[in-house]
Design a protein around this ligand. Structure first.
Ligand code: FE2
Length: 280
């Protein structure tokens, strides 16, 4: 078992669970190095896709959709000028890398194969956990954009048991460099939104399905954690992270896990058409 009985109880009650220092500084350094190597190879002139969350996801393009089975780099809005030129070195301009790092990059594949992940998901009741997507998030110093309140179940639509977010702090996450915020207990609230793709027309839309406000019934709280820690969270847990206004980056690596036998909605933006299941 990766989780104790009290961890599992806390996860069920709060909708999330932070476990400190699961992984070593050396393991985190290896991820950081692997991510920087991907950025080094990235042709920022060929791909200028910005990732932001303040536009109801209207900026998604083929480069984004194709990243379901590839390793693509997305830029920070604050790193691109009005002529679509980078205003800083590309190593400080990337918002995130996604979404098939676990399939396509040897370091991330090996890290995701660490037995802790499979054990933790089985402790939470998953029979055959499978990794659907992975992301390396930079939260760059000074410009790392806010990620608005949302639920991951809006973007990854799956039948029971639903998906679990697994958030690994590659670097210390603090209130000043943009740590996660959660609302303990709020996973019992409704799913507010649904991001669905109509593959025939090629249109994708974020629809409000329940207008319960993000703030109100459950109190938001910051979840600062040291590097090497893991935060597990329920697909309906509203979460948020502020802009990084500090001079320190806040790198994180995330996995989103479903169960192999769960239904995967055809309107999901993320479709693994070629890659085999990545079992934990
Ligand atoms: Fe999220």
């Amino acid at each position: 078992m990766a989780l104790s009985d009290s961890d599992i109880t806390r996860y069920r009650e709060q909708g999330f669970l932070a476990i400190e220092r699961v992984f070593s500084p050396a393991q985190m350094a290896a991820l950081r190095e692997a991510a920087l190597a991907i950025v080094d190879d990235f042709d920022a002139d060929a791909h200028r896709t910005v990732f932001r969350t303040d536009d109801r996801d209207s900026g998604r393009d083929d480069y984004f959709f194709d990243s379901a089975e590839a390793v693509h780099c997305f830029l920070e809005a604050g790193a691109v000028d009005e002529h679509s030129r980078l205003n800083r070195d590309k190593t400080l301009a990337i918002n995130k890398i996604g979404h098939a790092l676990h399939d396509r990059d040897e370091t991330f594949r090996a890290f995701c194969g660490h037995p802790w992940f499979g054990a933790a998901l089985r402790d939470l009741g998953f029979a055959t956990p499978v990794v659907m997507q992975t992301m390396y998030i930079f939260k760059q110093p000074g410009i790392g954009g806010e990620v608005r309140w949302h639920q991951d179940g809006s973007y990854l639509i799956s039948g029971p048991p639903g998906i679990v977010g697994v958030w690994v702090a590659v670097e210390d996450a603090t209130e000043t460099n943009g740590c996660l915020w959660m609302q303990p207990g709020a996973h019992r609230g409704p799913l507010r939104e649904r991001y669905a793709v109509d593959w025939d027309s090629g249109s994708a839309e974020l629809t409000t399905i329940d207008d319960m406000p993000w703030a109100g019934r459950w109190k938001p709280e910051p979840v600062p954690v040291p590097a090497g820690s893991v935060v597990l969270f329920h697909e309906r847990m509203p979460h948020y992270s502020s802009e990084n206004q500090s001079d320190r980056s806040r790198h994180a690596f995330t996995l989103h896990v479903s169960d192999q036998d769960a239904d995967w909605a055809p309107e999901n933006w993320l479709q693994r058409r070629q890659l085999p299941p990545f079992r934990l």
